[in-house]
Design a binder for this molecule. Structure first.
Ligand SMILES: *Cc1c(COP(=O)(O)O)cnc(C)c1O
Length: 234
């Protein structure tokens, strides 16, 4: 077994342990394998361990990988999630290639994604990215803007709003990690009370997965702990 397969198994059982420990139903947290910068061979190894959902951050790299797997491994039921920042001139390839987008943070992006979603494909499943830390360097809507953006998305024919996503400030102490996640979880509950199809909370990465699951994450985005450290020099 490759180390990537071992990592997938280990994280899957870690997720189960945390779920059990905090009284959440088994299977209520999905693992999204973040494969940015990693070669298709690494994705194949993860797929042979049963991994289905993969997250990509960079438009061209992501589109190339989606195409590669459609052309060469159509037997694999892979599901592609776009989790990187989106510029408005890059919405078309995202709308044409991905099943999910986690980083919708303004009206213009939402409208373009809906307009550019090809006919015959299912609606794009979208999450609103929220800037919970209020850091101006981070993308994401403010909490106040979430409901306005959600209302717009609910009128767009080719998007389905599924919930919220955030990348909180990088803190290592558990209490602070939980505080940011709890804020997002509360906001998602308010959203779900208005839009019944909202069922997804994308939060938690390799360094804060436990806090995220304890506070209600339904999708953890794990890169390093599956694929190892990333090399950005290539
Ligand atoms: C890179 C990335 C991840 C994965 O981070 P790791 O620390 O490697 O697990 C998760 N979410 C987003 C949005 C990312 O860009």
């Amino acid at each position: 077994m490759s180390s990537i397969e071992q990592n997938i198994q280990q994280i899957t059982s870690q997720i189960e342990d945390i779920q059990q420990k905090c009284g959440r139903a088994l299977g209520s947290v999905q693992l999204l394998a973040v494969s940015k910068t990693k070669p298709v061979e690494a994705i194949l190894e993860a797929a042979s361990a049963g991994q289905v959902a993969f997250g990509e951050n960079y438009v061209q790299e992501g589109v190339d990988k989606v195409r590669y797997f459609a052309d060469n491994h159509s037997e694999l039921p892979l599901e592609w999630h776009f989790i990187g920042p989106i510029q408005s001139n890059k919405t078309r390839p995202v709308a044409e290639s991905f099943s999910w987008v986690h980083t919708v943070d303004r009206d213009k992006i939402a409208k373009r994604l809906s307009d550019q979603r090809p006919e015959g494909m299912p609606p794009l499943q979208v999450l609103i990215q929220v800037n919970t830390s209020g850091e101006s360097s981070k993308s994401g809507t403010s909490e106040e803007e979430v409901f306005q953006l959600a209302e717009l998305i609910s009128t767009l024919p080719n998007l389905t709003l599924r919930g919220l996503m955030s990348i909180p400030a990088n803190v290592s102490d558990y209490e602070s990690q939980c505080a940011a996640f709890e804020q997002l979880a509360e906001l998602n509950q308010k959203l779900a009370a208005i839009y019944p199809q909202v069922d997804t909370l994308s939060m938690g990465m390799s360094g804060d997965m436990q806090a995220a699951i304890e506070t209600g994450s339904t999708m953890v985005r794990i890169g390093t702990a599956i694929f190892g450290a990333r090399d950005y020099s290539r």
